[in-house]
Design a protein around this ligand. Structure first.
Ligand code: ADP
Ligand code: DP6
Ligand code: CO
Length: 329
């Protein structure tokens, strides 16, 4: 018998203290805790149905058939948890550029963890959903929750999961994504961080620094200190990119337009408009600011970038089920 057809939605999250390196590559246990903000503007919708008539998993992304290797490995974990041998049809739509450093893997695997586990009748609590999503993509464990979220690294499958810090923000934070290139990056996050852990001479300094940043950022969040939050996020992101520059072989995610965007943010700051940048594994720059300054900052940025390149996000919610359709057999 076919299982119910379950659709889930999860939003992306952008880390202010980044995850950049694994301690366990198979289980996806990170080297350091990370802290992110879930965003309302970018998300993935994923529908899963397990079906006894299928002889293999099927996966479409934005309507196009995809290879199923990664998805099947992930579904195997859910199948094992539910003691099922059924294959699944997975249909996913990204409302975020795929593999462009805007965290599509985070929303993708959070949505798939929720839809897939629910379809097989598992009723996982948030902690176990976070642990499951982590196995698909580390950053996905944070997208189970809305608002500010910390991924506590732990040291085992049982102990590595995200916890919500502030689910409903009562301060008006905005993140402006400057999309300089929405094409797929050459170096996936997984490969990039692996090279760094194995070869950067600065890796241990990064682990130490990220611990300090995490503590200071949690304090800034508790005190709603925007200046501190922005400074820590910007510095932490540049440290992560310095690891890439110091790896063997060295690599980076910067494009000319990324540097232009960052310089512009610095100029705006010099002019008294408070904003900070962060960048992930891709060329797109995200600008963090307060709602009161949003219009002035977007107006300035639009002198250099088109309106289609400037996408404004606020804090977003955790993963949710959108629909459960029971099959007619
Ligand atoms: P990003 O910066 O977008 O998170 P990553 O380097 O982490 O990029 O890689 C994205 C990974 O997530 C790729 O393996 C890609 O195929 C996968 N992915 C992206 N969107 C989806 C989706 N909706 N469903 C399943 N997998 C997805
Ligand atoms: C730079 O979670 O995409 O966005 O666990 O290998 O799937 P895998 O990597 P992924 O890495 C995200 C890296 C980052 C920083 C962050 O989101 O914390
Ligand atoms: Co990713």
């Amino acid at each position: 018998m076919k299982t119910p057809k379950v659709t889930a939605r999860a939003h992306t999250n952008i880390a202010l203290v980044k995850y950049w390196g694994k301690a366990d590559e198979e289980l996806i246990i990170p080297q350091n805790n990370s802290l992110s903000l879930t965003l309302d503007h970018f998300y993935t919708d994923t529908t899963v149905q397990f079906d006894p008539t299928l002889t293999a998993d099927q996966f479409t992304l934005n309507g196009q058939a995809q290879k199923t290797t990664k998805i099947t490995k992930f579904l195997d974990i859910i199948r094992q948890m539910a003691a099922s041998q059924l294959f699944a049809r997975v249909e996913s739509t990204n409302h975020v550029p795929t593999m462009a450093g805007l965290a599509s893997s985070a929303s993708a695997y959070a949505a798939l963890a929720l839809a897939g586990s629910k379809a097989l009748g598992l009723d996982l609590n948030s902690k176990d959903l976070s642990r499951l999503a982590r196995r698909g993509s580390g950053s996905a464990c944070r997208s189970i929750y809305g608002g500010f979220v910390e991924w506590q690294k732990g040291d085992s499958d049982q102990t590595s999961y995200a916890v919500p810090l502030v689910e409903n923000l009562d301060w008006d934070l905005k993140m402006i994504a400057i999309v300089v290139n929405d094409k797929q990056k050459k170096i996936a996050s997984r490969a990039g961080m692996q090279t760094v852990v194995h070869t950067s001479p600065y890796y241990s300094a990064w682990v130490k620094r990220s611990k300090e940043d995490l503590l200071a950022l949690k304090q800034a969040i508790a005190e709603k200190d925007f200046t501190q939050l922005g400074k820590i996020a910007e510095g932490n992101a540049m440290c992560m990119h310095a690891l890439n520059l110091s790896a063997t072989p060295h690599f980076n995610y910067f494009e000319a337009e990324s540097l232009k965007a960052m310089q512009l943010v610095e100029q705006l700051r010099d002019q008294g408009l408070e904003c900070y940048y962060t960048m992930d594994a891709g060329p797109n720059v995200k600008v963090i600011c307060q709602g009161k300054d949003l219009k002035a900052i977007v107006d300035s940025l639009s002198q250099e970038f088109s309106n289609e390149q400037l996408l404004v996000a606020s804090a977003g919610p955790g993963a949710e089920i959108l629909e459960i359709k029971n099959s007619e057999r």
